[in-house]
Design a protein around this ligand. Structure first.
Ligand SMILES: C[S@@+](CC[C@H](N)C(=O)[O-])C[C@H]1O[C@@H](n2cnc3c(N)ncnc32)[C@H](O)[C@@H]1O
Length: 268
């Protein structure tokens, strides 16, 4: 399908989904995305490592949830398909696990459909997570998730694209989840960045469809309110249950900036 044939797709304005795809080395991006992403990479050469480590956190968190018995997942701000995708990770532990992917970039749906065409256990929906009523309605319409059973809710590297106080939004998702559900959340932080660099990141992302709203560790921890944080708590992505076989990443320039903080909470 050509870009012009995708309803709602604006290729002239950079979009975070496609910028992230570019950081990860993917090919599903356009000139405007690459230009904005190159501006970020010029100012923050550590971005590629941070993006890969974020994705690796998502994999470890999903595998941990699958190992604890979760068999259905709702992935808000899922991003463009890229190896490995959530359903591939969890289906390695439990074949048949069901996944609903949600993203507000219409191109995610197009690529998702192409990738998942044969898979009756996954579905991609286009929706804005700031409208939880709409997200729940579309999710229920897929018929894939049973809200009476525990769900793995993924909010990985997405809430820093949403401005303002997120307490009500979090409640609108967490209050619908059955006991035993888990929340995996990762969020960009300005902790460790000086004001100048924070402004530089903000100014590039202001050109995108969403802007960037980095938050501090304390504020990110409050997003887990109503859950019991699992060990090791909210930490830099690479410190969340790291694979012992993997070396801790070194960031270009030796900076100690964590970039993204992450954790998993259990709903009792
Ligand atoms: C940085 S990517 C993260 C992808 C994936 N969760 C991961 O961590 O690998 C952020 C994704 O969130 C999506 N997104 C941003 N704002 C959103 C919103 N309001 N509703 C739904 N998706 C959104 C973007 O389109 C993008 O695909």
């Amino acid at each position: 399908m050509t870009p012009a044939a995708v309803p709602g797709l604006d290729t002239t304005r950079p979009h975070p989904a496609r910028m992230y795809d570019y950081y990860l080395g993917g090919k599903d991006n356009f000139a405007s995305d690459r230009e904005a992403a190159d501006e970020i990479l010029g100012r923050f050469p550590e971005t590629r490592v941070i993006a890969r480590q974020n994705r690796a956190f998502m994999h470890r968190a999903a595998a941990a949830m699958a190992a604890s018995g979760i068999r259905q997942f709702l992935d808000l701000g899922s991003g463009l398909p890229t190896a490995d995708n959530l359903h591939q990770v969890v289906q390695r532990t439990a074949p048949g696990s069901r996944v609903v992917y949600v993203d507000n970039d219409p191109i995610v749906l197009v690529h998702g459909r192409a990738l998942l065409a044969d898979d009756a256990t996954t579905r991609v929906i286009t929706a804005d997570l700031r409208e939880p009523g709409e997200v729940w309605e579309q999710t229920e319409r897929t018929g894939l998730l049973d809200l009476e059973q525990p769900i793995g809710l993924m909010m990985v590297a997405v809430l820093h694209f949403v401005p303002g106080d997120l307490a009500d939004l979090m409640r609108a998702y967490l209050d619908r989840l059955a006991p035993g559900s888990h929340l995996a959340l990762a969020h960009g932080t300005a902790d460790g960045l000086d004001a100048d660099r924070t402004r530089q990141a903000d100014s590039t992302y202001q050109k995108t469809s969403s802007g960037l709203y980095l938050r501090g560790a304390r504020e990110i921890e409050t997003l887990f309110d109503g859950t019991r944080l699992l060990e090791p708590g909210v930490v830099p992505t690479w410190d969340w249950r790291p694979d012992p076989a993997e070396a801790r990443p070194t960031l270009p320039g030796g900076t100690a900036f964590p970039g993204v903080l992450a954790g998993v909470g259990l709903i009792a």
